[in-house]
Design a protein. Structure first.
Lengths: 346, 305
């Protein structure tokens, strides 16, 4: 049998212009996802991470906004209102209430100097969070720059830079943090009185010293991670293309390498926050961290240890708050890692 | 291999040297001195004391003297606890901290490994989820918080456990628990993830295909390989528990090395600061070096770089 010639078997119906319905069925239904959208979508599906995010937002409002609206300040000592239990009023305040005035209740009671404990908790959280956030930012800057340069340069530069981090890595951190922060403190205290450095008083010279010490010691992990990423990325075609087009090394690092390992950088930075808060509260608890009258969650807990039989809430509230903060930042960091950097998942 | 060991040990020694040097110069930058706090001593007596201990000499000379003495095995005398040498104090305090840390590590291993196995074995089930939540909380709660909460609940509220010192067996319960929480949680997570990793390997499938029960597969084939990361974690953990127990020793008033370190810093007891720092740093660094080397001996798959 002779094979039919294809051209004679063409169906004229196939050449009718498509209707709009047919066209619609061919349109790609989901819009193209880029890195951020894809990650955010995965993050939004992660219930634990979202709950942690809500908690983080609540904590941020609690620490940074609520104190401005609170009728008490963290160092204001109210006479006759010492050692109050939650929702209790002092002698003076009771008299004012009896006279028909409205007095804002001490939701968390007061401490032994008659300071409202709720606002001290907020300020403590603010100090702890600020220390954590600034530390993470500094670690990101130092670590990412160092790691990117080492990875990009390669060869003997890389070798020397990495040996340096190896040594820094083996130094026991807590010992050095204690000694360094004690050494730095008087210098920073005298610096904080100089005009132009008065901002230090916002967080306290002690916490500034702590932040500097943390940043000096903890950037090593960040540098290692960035380096290993850069080592892989610098072999990719777009870097070769950029170099062929005459881009300088600095530009390649900034525009191509760092932007492409941004997922890893974000995740590592987020996970630094709880570890800095952890260490800060630990040192404050030992009496080596943030000092009076500035409260930090760690120092609030230490102050309360002596009176914990009579006033347990003074101890339990900061203790729970520290644990919750560290927990939610860890959980959120894990969620971020799963969403933006699935390779890092163990 | 020998080259690698030499390299690691040399780097460890260099780290110890750097820590010692940094500590020496840093602590001398801290204002105040060992004798300033004692108001009962006159200015002249203070100066006499300073010259007796060589504190009036230039700092670099003191550094050289200290380091050469240290290499000869002499860590000097304590500036505040008169008449006692630093090594004497360290050797009397060290067993306390080491014993506490040892028991805590033992507890952490005995609890963490089974929990990790149960969790991995029942992956995705309720028991797994409960263990994960507990593990996450255990990592998030700082040791000082757990110690204080333990002290509050069992020491003062229920009043069933002694709160001070280490005089009898019962007094070990709270400090050991407080110290063991973090490593237990960490080991549980480590064990779980490494067991899950191993369970996905081909030789496990082979074992299952041979008809072995899942119990035998887990214990005879998977556990041996999965326990490797845990083994390597034990050394550094032991070392860091000895040094990291500052808080627990402070809260439970235990006369250990950690408490000695913290008080020597606030007292500006220079020789004690140097002695404890070097000993503690050496412990941590040695543990890390040994583990790095052991790791490559146990698991030849890891490439020597």
């Amino acid at each position: 049998m002779k094979k039919p010639i294809p051209s004679l078997h063409l169906n004229a119906d196939d050449f009718i212009p498509a209707t709009s319905e047919e066209k619609e069925s061919l349109v790609v239904m989901r819009e193209s996802v880029n890195f951020w959208k894809d990650g955010l979508r995965r993050l939004r599906k992660n219930k634990i991470a979202m709950v942690s995010l809500v908690f983080i937002l609540i904590i941020i409002v609690f620490a940074y906004f609520l104190p401005s609206f609170w009728p008490y300040t963290y160092d204001q000592q109210i006479k006759y209102s010492e050692n109050l239990s939650p929702f209790e009023y002092g002698k003076d305040e009771q008299a004012r209430i009896d006279a028909g005035e409205s007095v804002f209740p001490h939701i968390c009671g007061t401490d032994k100097l008659g300071r409202d404990f709720a606002v001290r908790l907020m300020m403590g959280t603010r100090i702890s969070l600020t220390v954590g956030l600034i530390c993470a930012a500094l670690i990101l800057i130092i670590g990412a720059t160092f790691g990117a340069i080492a990875g990009f340069a390669g060869g003997w530069v890389d070798n020397i830079m990495m040996r340096f981090t190896d040594i820094l890595y083996t130094i026991p951190d807590i010992l050095l943090i204690i000694i360094l922060s004690i050494t730095l403190r008087p210098k920073i205290e005298s610096l904080a009185t100089v005009k132009g450095s008065l901002w230090m008083n916002q967080v306290g010279p002690n916490s500034t010293a702590l932040v500097i010490v943390f940043a000096l010691l903890y950037w090593v992990g960040m540098a290692r991670i960035t380096r290993s990423q850069v080592l892989i990325l610098k072999e990719s075609e777009y870097v070769t293309a950029a170099r062929a087009l005459g881009a300088k090394s600095g530009r390649i690092i900034r525009k191509h390498l760092l932007t492409n390992c941004i997922g890893t950088l974000i995740v590592t930075t987020t996970l630094q926050i709880p570890s800095a808060i952890f260490t800060e509260s630990y040192l404050s608890f030992l009496g080596l961290g943030v000092s009076a009258p500035m409260p930090s969650l760690g120092s609030l807990a230490t102050d309360a240890v002596k009176g914990m039989n009579t006033y347990p809430h003074l101890l339990l509230l900061p203790a729970i708050l520290i644990s919750v903060i560290i927990l939610v930042f860890n959980l959120f960091g894990d969620g971020l890692r799963d969403a933006f950097d699935p390779k890092l998942k163990d | 291999m020998t080259k690698y060991i030499i390299k690691r040990v040399a780097m460890g020694l260099l780290s110890i040297f750097i820590v010692a040097t940094l500590t020496f110069f840093l602590m001398n930058m801290v204002p105040g001195g060992p004798f300033v706090a004692e108001k009962s001593i006159s200015k002249a007596a203070q100066e006499a004391l300073a010259s007796k201990y060589g504190l009036d000499k230039p700092i670099f000379e003191r550094y050289v003297t200290y380091m050469t003495d240290f290499l000869k095995g002499d860590m000097g005398v304590s500036l505040r606890q008169r008449g006692r040498t630093v090594s004497e104090i360290i050797f009397s305090k060290f067993p306390v901290s080491a014993g506490l840390a040892g028991i805590a590590v033992f507890v952490a291993l005995c609890v963490g490994i089974p929990l990790g196995c149960i969790s991995a074995y029942n992956r995705g089930k309720l028991s797994d989820n409960i263990i994960i939540v507990l593990g996450t909380c255990g990592i998030a709660i700082p040791s000082f918080i757990s110690s204080v909460l333990l002290l509050y609940t069992f020491g003062s509220r229920l009043n069933i456990l002694p709160t001070i010192g280490l005089n009898d067996a019962a007094s070990y319960i709270m400090p050991v628990t407080a110290l063991a929480i973090y490593p237990t949680a960490y080991i549980t997570r480590l064990m779980r993830s490494s067991l899950l990793d191993v369970m996905g390997q081909d030789y496990i499938r082979t074992a299952k295909a041979k008809g072995l029960s899942s119990f035998v597969t887990l214990f005879k084939h998977a556990l041996r390989n999965a326990i490797l990361p845990v083994v390597t974690y034990v050394g550094p953990m032991l070392a860091s528990l000895m040094t990291g127990s500052f808080v627990v020793e402070k809260i439970f008033t235990i006369p250990g090395l950690g408490r000695e370190f913290v008080s020597s810093i606030s007292n500006r007891d220079y020789t004690m600061i140097m002695g404890t720092t070097i000993i503690l740093a050496t412990l941590i660094i040695a543990a890390n070096v040994i583990v790095d080397i052991l790791y490559k001996v146990i698991d030849p798959r890891i490439k020597l770089k």
